[in-house]
Design a protein around this ligand. Structure first.
Ligand code: SG4
Ligand code: ZN
Length: 265
């Protein structure tokens, strides 16, 4: 597929729809959650991570794809609390550039960004045979979004990923990391969240994602955030022209006809 980048900022992102028409659709992600305009839906039960803590002994594969760092998840991990069972596929992160100002989260709440954002991607295993079949369908994917803030304390759960990121600093590098409890990356309160229908936040921007954005943010240290900001967009053979992989977030998209539901009032 065509090359695309976030690094040209807003200008680059507005060109995505030339090659990926869905990126110009009317149900795109991320969005700004304006809390006073959300609609309380009492039917929204807590999401339930299934098998997230049963990580087993097989190492997880982690790689730098030039856009983010991806950790592949075993197929027995999944998500309950939605109308269908969703199988976990991978998790990845979005971050900024370390400068004061806008953080690197994709979703914002009442116009405010967070420093980074974790996404755990799942596909609808009741309706579709695999990720590629599901990713083009309206109810195909479920992504959990966790807003990340920096503070003074180290988050030991995130060290399961961050401590190994220097091994895959360059684009296309891969490493095997010890299996870990994926639930340790999530906020404690899985009952309070925002829910809306949106898209992949990168090309091809398929409008196939049931988004769950948790109300509770998780905290990591400044030193931990720095490990994300050290990643490279360039590959090993481009050593002479190193490029930092930073600001790998998409700007917020118009809500249009959509309503964002809240599981709490
Ligand atoms: C990142 O670019 C990942 O590299 C992609 O994963 C991911 O696409 C994409 O973000 C969009 O996901 O949760 N931010 S998002 O909407 O998971 C998919 C891969 O390319 C399909 C494997
Ligand atoms: Zn993402």
């Amino acid at each position: 597929s065509e090359e695309w980048t976030q690094s040209k900022g807003i200008a680059g992102q507005s060109e995505w729809s030339e090659y990926f028409p869905d990126c110009g659709g009317s149900s795109q992600s991320p969005v700004d959650v304006i809390t006073t305009q959300t609609k309380y839906d009492p039917s929204l039960v807590p999401v339930t991570p299934l098998g997230y803590s049963q990580h087993g002994n097989q190492p997880f594969s982690m790689h730098n794809n030039g856009h983010t760092v991806i950790v592949e998840l075993p197929e027995w991990m999944g998500l309950g609390g939605l109308p269908w069972f969703f199988t976990a596929v991978q998790l990845h992160l979005h971050w900024g550039n370390g400068a004061p100002g806008r953080g690197g989260s994709e979703h914002t709440i009442n116009g405010r960004s967070s420093d980074a954002e974790l996404h755990v991607v799942h596909y609808n295993a009741e309706l579709y045979p695999n990720m590629s079949a599901a990713m083009t369908q309206r109810d195909g994917l479920a992504v959990l979004g966790i807003l990340i803030e920096t503070g003074d304390e180290t988050n030991p759960g995130f060290n399961n990923i961050l401590n190994y990121m220097s091994r895959i600093r360059h684009s296309d590098q891969r490493a095997f990391i010890p299996a870990f409890d994926v639930q340790s990356l999530l906020p404690k309160d899985l009952g309070r969240y925002y829910r809306y229908n949106g898209s992949l936040t990168t090309p091809p921007c398929y409008q196939s994602v049931i988004w769950t954005m948790f109300h509770e943010r998780v905290q990591i240290s400044k030193a931990q955030l720095l490990k994300m900001e050290m990643m490279l967009y360039s590959s090993k053979i481009q050593e002479a022209d190193r490029m930092l992989l930073q600001d790998n977030f998409r700007i917020t998209q118009p809500l249009n006809h959509r309503v964002i539901f809240a599981s709490f009032s």
